[in-house]
Design a protein around this ligand. Structure first.
Ligand SMILES: Nc1ncnc2c1ncn2[C@@H]1O[C@H](COP(=O)(O)OP(=O)(O)OP(=O)(O)O)[C@@H](O)[C@H]1O
Ligand SMILES: [Mg+2]
Length: 499
C-alpha cells in the first residue's frame, strides 16, 4: 500500500450547534489525485479547511507523515507543505503575478529590500516546470480566469507544497484551460505532490483522479479506486438516488413568434464588437464560445451594465437605452451573473433578505408594508425547490456553502418572475443532483412563456435545454444553429473550435 502523507480520522465539526462533519475519515497517499465529491453543503470545503488549518476541528485526529499534528492556523499547515486553492480566489487584482505568488514571503536582498529579479526568475521557473506560458510581470486584472488559476497554483507551489487542495478549480475555466490544468496536475503528480480535487463535474473526476471519496451530509459514504466505481454509482452515492443525465426533449409547446428582445449591431467598450440577436417569447437561447469570445460581456451589454456605443436594443418592440441595470429590471430583465459572490449577493445579509430583495415591490402593499406571510412563503418555496441547504432563512449567506450561495442568486431572480432572464454559467458550482433540476426549472420557465438567454461553457447543458444556439468569436456572433440540427456534444464542440 502506498504511504499516507496525511490522514484525517474521526473528524467532527459543528457550527453553532449544527453538526456538519460527523466522524469523517480521509486519507491521502503520496502522489495521488484524490477526488472529494458530494452535494452542495456536504462538508467538502469544511473538511479541507480543517486539513489546511483554516478551521480547528472539534474532535478527531490529523496525522501527517506518521505523526499526530494539531493545526492552529493555516501557517502551521503551510510549514508542513500543505496548501489550498480556495473556491474564491485570494489574489490581489492590482498586483502582478509575481507579487501575488510571493506575497509576504518575498526573496530579500542583503540590504533587506525585496529582490524583484529573483522573485520573477523563480516565478518563471515554476511556470516553465509546469509547462505554462505566463508573463510573471502581468497585472492580475488584465488576466483571464484561467491565468488566475495558474497563478494560484504557482503561489501554492512556491511554498514547496507536498499536499495541494484544489476546491472546484475548473468552475470558471474554459474547456481549453481545463485541458491545460489537467496536464499541469499530471506534472505535479510526477513530482510526488498529492492533490485533493473537489469538483461537481463528474467527467473531470474520471479524467484526472486515481481515487474517489464520497461525502454525503457530513458523513463518509465510500472511498474507492476510480476504476472500481462507475459514474452512476458515484452519482448515486452523492445524491442518494439515480439521476438521469439530462437529455434533450423536443418541446411540446413551440417557441412563440413574438420577439421579446432584439439587439442590432450592438458594440461596447468591453469586448462586444457587433452582436445581432433576437429572443422569442418562451425561447431558451444558448450562447457559447471559447474563453474570451464575449459571451458574458454580451449579457452585460443587454442588461445595461456596459453601455452601448453602437447599435440598438428593443424590448417588446420598444427601443430602449439602458444606462444601468435597474432600468433593465424595470423593463422585465434579470441577470444571473457568473461571479455570484461579487455581483449577485449581499453576503452579510440573510438568506431571506437576499431572496426577497428584487421582489420587495411586488410583495408590498400600497403604503410599502411588506406582506410577511407571503414573503416567508416565497422564501420557503424557493429554498425547497432548489434544495438550498441552510439551517434557517435568517442565516447569513456568507456562512452557506459555495453551491448553496449560487442557488440563492438563482432563487432571488426567479422569485421575482422576470420576463427575460439572462444567465451566465447557470450551473457553476451546483451539485450533480441539483443541476438536472435547474435544467428542468429553466425549461419550465420557457414553457410558461418566460424567455431565457443562457451563456454556458457546459455544452451538455446547452444541448439539453436550448432551442437555438449562437456561437461567438472575438465579440461577434459567427454561427447560429437550431438545437434540432445538432446531433452530439462533439458536433457542437467542433462548431465552436473550428472557426
Ligand atoms: N463558518 C461557518 N459558519 C456556519 N456554517 C458553516 C460555516 N462554514 C460552513 N458552514 C456550513 O457547513 C455545511 C458544509 O459546508 P461546506 O462549505 O463544507 O460544503 P461543501 O461540501 O463545500 O459544498 P459546496 O459544494 O456547495 O461548496 C454547510 O451547511 C454550511 O452552511
Ligand atoms: Mg465547497
Amino acid at each position: 500500500m502506498a504511504k499516507h502523507i496525511i490522514e484525517l480520522k474521526n473528524i467532527d465539526m459543528s457550527f453553532n450547534g449544527v453538526k456538519v462533519l460527523d466522524q469523517v475519515d480521509f486519507a491521502l497517499e503520496e502522489g495521488e489525485v484524490h477526488a472529494l465529491v458530494g452535494g452542495n453543503g456536504a462538508g467538502k470545503s469544511t473538511l479541507m479547511k480543517i486539513m489546511t488549518g483554516v478551521y480547528v476541528k472539534d474532535a478527531g485526529e490529523i496525522i501527517f507523515d506518521g505523526c499526530p499534528v494539531n493545526f492552529r492556523s493555516p501557517q502551521d499547515a503551510e510549514k508542513l507543505g500543505i496548501a489550498m486553492i480556495f473556491q474564491e480566489f485570494s489574489l490581489a487584482p492590482t498586483m502582478t503575478v509575481t507579487e501575488n505568488i510571493f506575497l509576504n514571503r518575498e526573496f530579500k536582498k542583503r540590504n533587506g529590500l525585496i529582490d524583484n529579479r529573483k522573485c520573477a526568475a523563480e516565478a518563471r521557473r515554476i511556470f516553465s516546470e509546469l509547462n505554462v506560458a505566463m508573463d510573471p510581470d502581468a497585472v492580475m486584472s488584465d488576466l483571464a480566469a484561467g491565468q488566475w488559476q495558474m497563478t494560484e497554483i504557482a503561489k501554492a507551489l512556491a511554498t514547496d507544497a507536498k499536499v495541494l487542495v484544489m476546491d472546484e478549480p475548473t468552475s470558471c475555466l474554459t474547456e481549453s484551460e481545463v485541458g491545460h490544468l489537467f496536464s499541469m496536475i499530471r506534472e505535479l503528480k510526477k513530482k510526488g505532490i498529492a492533490i485533493v480535487y473537489i469538483s461537481h463535474r463528474m467527467k473531470e473526476i474520471y479524467q484526472v483522479c486515481d481515487r474517489i471519496s464520497i461525502l454525503a451530509d457530513g458523513k463518509n459514504v465510500v472511498t474507492a479506486d476510480a476504476s472500481e466505481i462507475t459514474m452512476e454509482q458515484m452519482i448515486r452515492g452523492i445524491t442518494g438516488k439515480n439521476v438521469d443525465r439530462f437529455e434533450w426533449q423536443d418541446r411540446r409547446t413551440p417557441v412563440r413568434e413574438r420577439i421579446v428582445l432584439r439587439a442590432s449591431g450592438i458594440k461596447t467598450n468591453n469586448r462586444v464588437e457587433h452582436v445581432d440577436l433576437t429572443l422569442h417569447e418562451g425561447e431558451v437561447l444558448g450562447i457559447s464560445g471559447l474563453g474570451g469570445s464575449g459571451t458574458s460581456e454580451t449579457l452585460r451589454a443587454l442588461f445595461g451594465i456596459d453601455p452601448l456605443i453602437e447599435g440598438t436594443l428593443t424590448v417588446n418592440g420598444e427601443e430602449v437605452c439602458f444606462r444601468n441595470p435597474s432600468q433593465a429590471m424595470k423593463k422585465g430583465l434579470a441577470l444571473i451573473p457568473e461571479d455570484r459572490r461579487e455581483e449577485g449577493l449581499l453576503v452579510d445579509h440573510s438568506v431571506k433578505d437576499n431572496i426577497l430583495l428584487p421582489s420587495l415591490d411586488k410583495l408590498s402593499n400600497r403604503v410599502g408594508v411588506v406582506d410577511e406571510k407571503k414573503s416567508v412563503r416565497v422564501v420557503n418555496d424557493w429554498t425547497e425547490e432548489l434544495h438550498i441547504k441552510t439551517d434557517s432563512m435568517n442565516k447569513l449567506v456568507r456562512l452557506l456553502s459555495g453551491g448553496n450561495q449560487q442557488k440563492i442568486v438563482f432563487a432571488k431572480w426567479l422569485a421575482n418572475q422576470p420576463q427575460i432572464i439572462l444567465m451566465d454559467e447557470p450551473t457553476k458550482g451546483i451539485d450533480i443532483g441539483s443541476k438536472a433540476e435547474i435544467m428542468d426549472i429553466i425549461r419550465g420557465l420557457a414553457r410558461d412563456g418566460q424567455s431565457v438567454v443562457m451563456a454556458s461553457s457546459e455544452l451538455a447543458e446547452i444541448l439539453a435545454i436550448c432551442d437555438r444556439i449562437l456561437i461567438m468569436h472575438q465579440g461577434k456572433v459567427i454561427r447560429e444553429l437550431m438545437r434540432a440540427e445538432i446531433n452530439s456534444e462533439e458536433e457542437l464542440q467542433h462548431e465552436i473550435q473550428n472557426f
